[in-house]
Design a protein around this ligand. Sequence first.
Ligand SMILES: Cc1cc2nc3c(=O)[nH]c(=O)nc-3n(C[C@H](O)[C@H](O)[C@H](O)COP(=O)(O)O)c2cc1C
Length: 246
Amino acid sequence: MKILIVNGSPRGKNSCTMRMVAPLSEGMEEAGAQVKLLYLAELNPGHCRGCFSCWFKTPGKCVIEDGYNEAMSSCEGAELVVFAAPLYHFHMPGLMKNFLDRTITASEPWIIPDDKRDGISTHPVARRNTINSIMLVSPCGFPEVKHFKPYSDWFKAYAKIAGLKWTGEILRPMGELLRSEEMQPHLSGYFADLRDAGMEVVREGALRHETEIKLQRDLLKGGSEEFRALANNRFAKLLGHKQPEK
Ligand SMILES: Cc1cc2nc3c(=O)[nH]c(=O)nc-3n(C[C@H](O)[C@H](O)[C@H](O)COP(=O)(O)O)c2cc1C
C-alpha cells in the first residue's frame, strides 16, 4: 500500500500536525506501507488561476512553475491520501486549499453522469490516478472537538462526491499541547495510540470508530476549563497583562 501524507500546516516540520503525523506514519510503515510525506509549507503552492490550461493546452500539467507538477509526479501510485492540516477558521488553511484546487489537473474536462450518485454530473478522473481513499488528520487550538464539525463534514462529503473511500479522521482539540515541552512526559500514551492507529489503517483498510473517539480524548484531566486557564495564563505572560475586565 502506497500512502501520501500531505502536511498542509504553514508551520511545516515544526507543526502540531507533524507531531501527529510522525507516529502515525511510523505505524503505517511498520505495518508494511510505503509512506511519502509532502510538506506544503516547503512547496508553497500558488493558487489555481482558473485558466484550464491543464485541461486544454497542457493536459494533466499545471502551467504555474512552482514545483507542483514535480511534486505530483513524485507522489504517483499513492492509493491513500492523508490530508493533514490544522483547523483554520473552521476549515483548512489556504495552503491546503491552494493544493487541493490545483489537483484539478487530475481530472478531464468531459461532463459525464455519475452512475453511483443518481446520474449527477461529474468530470472523469484521469486513468493514471491510483487514489482510492482519503483520511483527515487535524489539530485545532480550542479544547472541544465540536469545532471540527464543518471541516470533518466537508471532507466526508468530498470523499463521497469524488467516489473515494473515507478511511477515517484523527482530530486533536488542544492541539498546541503537542508542542509544549512540559506536556511531553504526559503524551507518550497518546503518541503510542497514534502509531497503533497507523498500523490499523494499513491492516484493516480504515480506522475503527472507537479508535477515532479514543484519539479525541482530553489531554488534560480538567478538560476545557483547565485548558482555558493554562492558555490564558500563557497569553497573559506573553502580553505582559491579564485579560482586561469587561
Ligand atoms: C489563521 C488561524 C485560524 C485558526 N482558526 C482556528 C479555528 O477556527 N478553531 C480552532 O480551534 N483553532 C484555530 N486555529 C488554531 C490552530 O488550529 C492551532 O494552533 C493548531 O494547533 C495549529 O496546528 P499546526 O501547528 O499544525 O499548524 C487557528 C489558527 C490560525 C493561525
